[in-house]
Ligand binder design. Structure first.
Ligand code: BES
Ligand code: MN
Ligand code: ZN
Length: 492
């Protein structure tokens, strides 16, 4: 993506050099709307008529509505863009969404000045960058592109500069994940994904290790090799390690990296199979998150372990009935080759456990059952009780909706296998998201605080854009992981 140039400015309205000035509107309880901070100065230029003018153009303050008003020479900027924040008092998420909607309305504009930062600077920056995200790598004509530069109303002091820098880094990490997800599977396959991850890691000063198929065989990574065996593009395991100054805690990150999921021999139906290009969203998120941890210099040790494979049907594929010996020695009977994510994750989780981390955060587009249970915009979080609730709460707080889910014991016995230590699926369709969680739990070291975030729905937006979420890869749950790392850095 090409990110806009971002800056701080506390210029008075009449001194603003920009093409468009962005102000917020807020719905009133009894109907009507008011102007968010910054709006009163613009209103003064309009001789107090701005609310009336906006109302006549249909403005209501409703979340994400955008209404443009020409300034007719009253300002240097030719246009005022009013964006709805929704109900009072706006939360950071409301600001982020309004900023996202404003960025989408600013497509092709050279320079804008946003007053949304007077409500919340960090949210305004994140929403503006993410809402303006485009992926045009494969377009002959890239079109107008996002707004070229945005100045945010804020004093250019130390605190605000730090906030701008951090918010930009967070938004760029999300954009990095989106770029990886949006790269089509003929170009993003295990070796090329591993290479891009390694490059990102090296640029951030991380310790990088890539295991190719030979090294995987030598190491005994039966899950990754089994799933990857059907593709001519052989699997990889990437490890990216960051050690911060005065690292207090060690956090392991694991993310599912299936570069394309056909289902394998248990092949998927044709409808919407193209969306399985996003089956590496968990991997993209943890790669982006460990790079971000280094950029923000978190006082932590963060190690991402990223298993990458392509799930294809062929004469060399693994098959239903196969028994795989996983990294660490547990055996798994494969009853459905489409339940492949848990197999590559099991190897990676065991490997990550060898680092003796204090916490494990693992994320995956793991089950269709997640989407059935919670819909397209709310992730399911499973794991050890306290950490699960902590991560789900942080997800809600940063606007990446997440909900704690249980791991019922009876689903574990439903994974019992006739021949092996366990099977990769139960014999029924009930609680599919939780059964997958139970499978993963088998591979998590006893007593380790862990969270499994199933983002099958939230990782990919197959509908139209909304708020700061564009079409295609969303980058969820990068911000949840980033905020959890920040929380661990601060509170242990
Ligand atoms: N990658 C899919 C899960 C998925 C479904 C992600 C929809 C995003 C949107 C996963 O590998 C899968 O196929 N899971 C199976 C598991 C089943 C065979 C137990 C599923 O959910 O159907
Ligand atoms: Mn699958
Ligand atoms: Zn999958």
């Amino acid at each position: 993506m090409t990110a806009p140039k971002l800056a701080l400015s506390d210029n008075a309205v009449t001194d603003i050099t920009a093409d468009v000035v962005v102000i917020g509107t807020v719905q009133q309880d009894g109907g009507g709307f008011t102007l968010a901070p910054g709006g009163e100065a613009v209103d003064a230029v309009f001789d107090g008529s701005l609310v009336a003018v906006l109302t006549s153009l249909g403005a209501t303050g409703k979340a994400e509505e955008t209404v443009k008003v020409p300034t007719l020479g009253k300002l240097k900027a030719g246009v005022v863009l009013a964006v709805g924040l929704g109900k009072a008092d706006p939360t950071p998420e409301q600001v982020r969404r309004a900023a996202g909607a404003s960025a989408r309305a600013l497509t092709g504009v050279k320079r804008a000045h946003s007053f949304l930062s007077l409500v919340d600077l960090q949210a305004a920056v994140e929403g503006t960058v993410l809402g303006g995200y485009t992926f045009t790598e494969y377009k002959s004509d890239a079109g107008d592109g996002p707004v070229g530069r945005v100045d945010f109303s804020a004093a250019s002091n130390k605190d605000n500069k730090a906030t701008l820098k951090a918010a930009t880094a967070i938004a760029e990490a999300v954009a990095t994940a989106r770029d990886l997800i949006n790269t089509p599977p003929n170009d993003l396959y295990p070796a090329s994904f591993a290479e891009r991850a390694a490059k990102l890691g090296e640029a951030a000063g991380l310790t990088v290790e890539v295991l190719d198929e030979k090294a995987l065989r030598k190491g005994g990574y039966g899950g990754i090799l089994g799933v990857g065996s059907g593709s001519s593009r052989l699997p990889r395991l990437v490890r990216l390690a960051y050690k911060g100054p005065k690292a207090s805690k060690k956090v392991a990150l694991v993310g599912k990296g299936i570069t394309f999921d056909t289902g394998g021999i248990s092949i998927k139906p044709a409808a919407n199979m193209d969306e399985m290009t996003s089956d590496m969203s968990g991997a993209a998120a943890v790669v982006a998150a460990v790079v971000l941890a280094a950029k923000l210099k978190f006082p932590l040790e963060v190690i991402a372990t990223v298993p990458i494979a392509e799930n294809m049907p062929s004469g060399t594929s693994y098959r239903p009935g196969d028994v795989l010996t996983m990294y660490g020695g547990k055996t798994v009977e494969v009853l459905n080759t489409d339940a492949e994510g848990r197999l590559i994750l099991a190897d990676a989780i065991v490997r990550a456990g060898e680092d003796n981390p204090d916490y494990l955060i693992e994320t995956a587009t793991l089950t269709g059952a997640q989407v059935v249970a919670l819909g397209k915009r709310t992730a399911g979080v499973m794991g050890s009780d306290d950490f699960r609730d902590r991560v789900a709460g942080i997800g809600q707080a940063v606007g990446e909706n997440a909900w704690a889910m249980p791991l019922p014991d009876e689903l574990r016995s439903d994974l019992d296998s006739r021949v092996a230590d366990l099977a990769n699926v139960t014999g029924h369709r009930w609680g599919g998201m939780l059964a997958a969680g139970q499978f993963l739990k088998e591979f998590v070291p006893d007593g380790l605080e862990w969270a499994h975030i199933d983002v099958a729905g939230p990782a990919y937006n197959s509908g139209g854009p909304f708020g700061y979420t564009t079409r295609g890869g969303t980058g969820v749950p990068v911000r949840t992981i980033a905020a959890t790392l920040a929380d661990i850095a601060e509170n242990g």
